[in-house]
Design a protein around this ligand. Sequence first.
Ligand code: PGA
Length: 244
Amino acid sequence: MRQLIAGNWKMNGLLADSLERASAIAAEAPRLACDVLVCPPATVLRAVAGKLAGTVVAVGGQDCHAEAQGAHTGDLSAAMLKDAGASAVILGHSERRADHGESSALVRAKVAAAMAAGLLPIVCVGETEAERLAGRKEEVVRSQLRDSLPDDFAGVIAYEPVWAIGTGRTPTEADVAAMHASIRAALSDRLGAGGRQLRILYGGSVKPTNARALLALPEVGGALVGGASLVAADFLAIAAAAAR
Ligand code: PGA
């Protein structure tokens, strides 16, 4: 399975710098052995998708509403993201779970909406520092997986320990390998053969300096990259470290 390197641009970038970054990534992407996805802010998504049309770089959203349309001021539906050029969407990111109080049940409804609209859902799970210190990380992640995924889930999982996001800290390689094995087992139990095929990304302070080691671990199907995805050269260096 090819690894997927996904850039989560979060709430960063105006039109000019977003297009410049997209072009720089697209110029190098054909030489990469992995799949590449960028997730820009919604305001520039259509323009970035236009710039990347005909290239190997895919475009995704960072969130969508659970409903197809309606009176939801400020929200975007999965179909709107698709219409703007997205083929994927990040859902249940810890920043949305924390800043917007998103429960796993809501995330599951969003995942179903994304799948119905034909978007690839990238579902984020991960424990907080307190949960980790309490020895509860596997239990927390398993319950997030159980409650965030619909029974017919087909998409990507991103394991992102909350305490590793934007902090420069990462779990040990052994911890990442153990958690990815645990997630794989949970997916297989829940989804059968389908669960054995899904990519499980690692996210949280992935940098050019640690990417090769993280991406070489068993069951790591790629990376979800935040801060380092804002510098095209750094994002490309991470993608170049993809092991397969
Ligand atoms: P980071 O963010 O790479 O800046 O730690 C990762 C993420 O939030 O997806």
